[in-house]
Design a protein around this ligand. Structure first.
Ligand SMILES: Cc1cc2nc3c(=O)[nH]c(=O)nc-3n(C[C@H](O)[C@H](O)[C@H](O)COP(=O)(O)OP(=O)(O)OC[C@H]3O[C@@H](n4cnc5c(N)ncnc54)[C@H](O)[C@@H]3O)c2cc1C
Length: 435
């Protein structure tokens, strides 16, 4: 029997890991398997652009089957449901087709080594009405749903304006969460709205958007220095966004959000982009140690605390470095760095070498306010600490993050080719995805 390495979740961390393992180990003595509940991958930090329509996910998605063929891993379509540690098997939920008919029954996949990389979802903290009435930006389907609803409301307002040019009809959007996702989405909406008049909604423009960004903490973008967060806030306000800080949402209804201070914020579209927790499925999975937010607790080697054969990487794991006050944050750069350590440690296990500890290197944070501005801070030994950046340089670094992801999942040659194709697409394709 071949040694079987199963990686669950083909996102920022998992996809890079299976590519490297497949390329290194090949198919002769090893079987590298990716279990993933979607058939294609889209880099999660692009989801706000998919939601606003300024990025066509069909052009940027990666099909797991062809990618697996190229990089010598096998792709299994399905959703993790449980782990039977005694039998060393993962349990895969029944696969259903669109109308709910069972295509493949519940089944099991044997593993010698298992890596859980299933990411995280937003945390609505049990706020009444949030699950029922809010849209979340946790995956491609949700981003697509948001875009469709946004277009429908823009069409409605545009129609009203055509019939009555003096109408003050607006598309009202409330976004909970002043972190990078909420801030980037708010700015991207104005960019998209500004483009709609070129695509048949002649009377519609960005002045017809009414966006409210609601943050419970004392300021937006807590991961950035205060000066930069203030600059981002001012930029949002210039665009027309109403930014509320120190404001907790206590209830969401079909047509509004209600705050703790008693204000009712009417909204056609309500987005929840706050908080992070790992998927419910991980709660006590296989008897492994988890946190209250369902994250799997890992040792410095990224092995789970109760089973050396099971690793966890990316947003779904909880790792508190020695002496640190906070755990490694749920970021794409952390998932990427963890994929590298997990890759080295799995190879070390085969070679019976000592495993290396994971060391998180914070390279800084960047927040894109669409085409209007980019702000952020870079950190690292190269620049000797922390450096605030804005404008063109920040934009270039921001764009390079996705390019690095492309190279890490496709290799240099294809990665560079895709970057060039991306530039060509920007010239030849429509600015907005409207279908
Ligand atoms: C809108 C948005 C913007 C962001 N912007 C930034 C940014 O600018 N910079 C940054 O560093 N980070 C950003 N992040 C965070 C970043 O995307 C995550 O930290 C990163 O993607 C985590 O990687 P991961 O591999 O742990 O999980 P993910 O990339 O989320 O991948 C998880 C994978 O697991 C699959 N999966 C989930 N459940 C199951 C299951 N039960 N069975 C099988 N498969 C499953 C999912 O389909 C997915 O493919 C952003 C996130 C969002 C939502």
């Amino acid at each position: 029997m071949k040694t079987q390495i199963v990686v669950v979740g083909g996102g920022a961390g998992g996809l890079e890991l299976v590519r490297r393992l497949g390329a290194k180990l090949g198919r002769d003595d090893f079987d590298v398997i990716l279990l993933e509940r979607n058939t294609t991958h889209i880099w999660k930090p692009l989801l706000h652009e998919v939601a606003a329509g300024s990025l066509d996910a069909n052009l940027d998605e990666v099909g797991y089957r062809s990618h697996g063929h190229r990089w010598c891993y096998r792709f299994f379509y399905g959703s993790l449901e449980g782990i039977d540690r005694a039998a060393r098997q993962v349990i895969v939920a029944p696969v259903l087709d669109e109308d709910g008919t069972e295509l493949i029954g519940r089944h099991r996949i044997r593993y010698d080594y298992l890596v859980i990389a299933i990411g995280a979802i937003s945390n609505d903290f049990g706020t009444p009405g949030a699950r029922e009435h809010c849209l979340f930006l946790d995956d491609r389907d949700q981003a697509d749903r948001f875009r469709q609803k946004l277009l429908n409301h823009c069409l409605r307002v545009s129609r009203t304006l055509s019939e009555n040019p003096t109408s003050d009809a607006k598309v009202e959007i409330a976004i909970v969460g002043g972190g990078a996702t909420g801030v980037e989405l708010a700015a991207e909406l104005y960019n998209a709205a500004a483009g709609l008049r070129h695509y048949g909604l002649e009377v519609f423009d960005e002045s017809r958007l009414k966006v409210t960004l609601i943050e419970a903490g004392p300021r937006i973008l807590p991961m950035l220095p205060e000066k930069l967060a203030q600059a981002a806030k001012e930029e949002l306000e210039v665009l027309g966004v109403r930014v509320l800080t120190g404001t907790a949402v206590v209830e969401v209804t079909a047509g509004a959000m209600r705050t703790k201070s008693g204000e009712t914020i009417p909204a056609d579209l309500k987005v929840w982009a706050a908080g992070v927790r790992a998927p419910e499925i991980l709660r006590e999975i296989g008897g492994l140690e988890t946190t209250r937010g369902n994250q799997l607790v890992v040792k410095p080697t990224l092995q789970t605390t109760r089973d050396d054969r099971i690793f966890a990487i990316g947003d779904c794991c909880y790792f508190l470095p020695d002496g640190a006050k906070n755990p490694v944050p749920p970021r794409a750069q952390a998932a990427h760095q963890m994929a590298t350590t997990a890759y080295r440690n799995i190879l070390a296990l085969f070679a019976q070498r000592e495993l290396e500890p994971f060391v998180y290197r914070d390279k800084g944070s960047l927040v894109s306010l669409s085409r209007y501005s980019t702000v952020g801070s870079l950190m690292g030994n190269l620049i000797g600490g922390r450096m605030a950046i804005e404008g063109r340089l920040a934009r270039m670094v921001y764009l390079s993050l996705y390019r690095l992801h492309l190279i890490s999942i496709h290799g240099w040659l294809k990665g560079m080719a895709l970057i060039v194709i991306g530039h060509v697409n920007r010239v030849v394709r429509p600015r907005l995805k409207l279908h």
